[in-house]
Design a protein around this ligand. Sequence first.
Ligand code: UDX
Length: 439
Amino acid sequence: MRVTMVGTGYVGLVSGACFSEFGHSVICVDKDASKIEALRRGEIPIFEPGLDKLVAENVAAGRLSFSTELADSVRGADAVFIAVGTPSRRGDGHADLTYVYAAAEEIALALDNYAVVVTKSTVPVGTGAEVERRIRALRPDLAFDVASNPEFLREGSAIEDFRRPDRVVVGTESDKARAVMRQLYRPLFLLETPFVFTSRETSELIKYAANAFLATKITFINEMADLCEKVGGDVQDVARGIGLDGRIGKKFLHAGPGFGGSCFPKDTLALVRTARDAGSPSRIVESVVAVNDARKIAMADRVIAAAGGDLAGKTVGVLGVTFKPNTDDMRDAPSLDILPRLIAAGATVRAYDPEGMKAAAALIPGVTWVTGAYDTMADADVLVIITEWNQFRALDLSRMKRLMKVPVVVDLRNIYRPDEMAEAGFSYHSIGRAPVQAH
Ligand code: UDX
């Protein structure tokens, strides 16, 4: 099949590369000429494990190419995916669909045979219908269908998620479009991946419902963590104790500094707006948004409290700034709320992140960026772990203790055991567990 992917952001690039690996002929299009030139040279604009190799292999096999020319790339395609950005609109939190509609109209003018236009970007309910209306208005002569095919991949494991998804969701009433989508995902059929064929509106809602549900799960366990701290419980055991109930499930029950990233914050907010506009407000999702926003801010207070209530003139070492490990993505990362507050409280902040420092430096002024984990600790009065990169999971505790001025660790990801930290001589503060003092 011939596939055109419009938009080479995270979703577009990963999906395009993976479809080419499925054996299809894929052209990835972007207006950003420097990005396309870089991709042609084999340079990948994002950090995603395995993506560089996947792109290189499929380019070499002649199945994957890059272009700035949308019209040329769309001609002859069986499926044209819209995978452009849908940022939160400034002011009201609605998804900004300017790029989606602009792409749809350009596609409409270029198509010369039947194709399925597929929205892969996360778009509010009703967007598919509007895309169809706009294409039809420009090209009443054209045979086409508009389908919704939301993407559920996670940054850091995007390729594996694409290759082995829990399910594929396709929203369209057209048999012809369903057949095209089935053919596109043929290797997954062979793996017996469940396919959910449904209406376009339902498919659009599934994506928001999935992300809002997961964000709710995280926010719920975060609240339980706060409660554990008050009543003397252990949130890790609570998560295990409830998660082993198959109806609850153990995933996404890891308490932490609050969720961030390119999807959960934006999509929960957009769902809140859609639900209000539809006259069916979601009080649950509204609470999740408010609780999570407040949580990220409150994390700075924990650090200040652990340092004795005052950071003036003190040094704080920071491990990890990206919203999660294995990405260089800083979007809505808790560090964006935490670090400026530490600096405002008078601290010198020495931070390290394996992939995120370049992006973070542009977003958080006043931080001293260092070249390795141990460099953050020199003369530090407190060390904060914000992102659970694997390389932070097995630090040399005695070296750490020697480097730090005061051995206080605030672990916002619970990657150490309280007893081992106390044994190693640290005052250790984690999430949803009692703080411990050095033995
Ligand atoms: C998410 C969805 O998982 C994916 O299906 C969707 O397509 C896009 O959004 P992603 O944003 O890449 O993917 O990351 P994810 O691993 O889901 O984590 C999101 C945030 O929640 C991170 O800030 C992470 O630290 C946090 N999180 C996740 C927790 O705090 N606890 C958990 O148990 C899980």
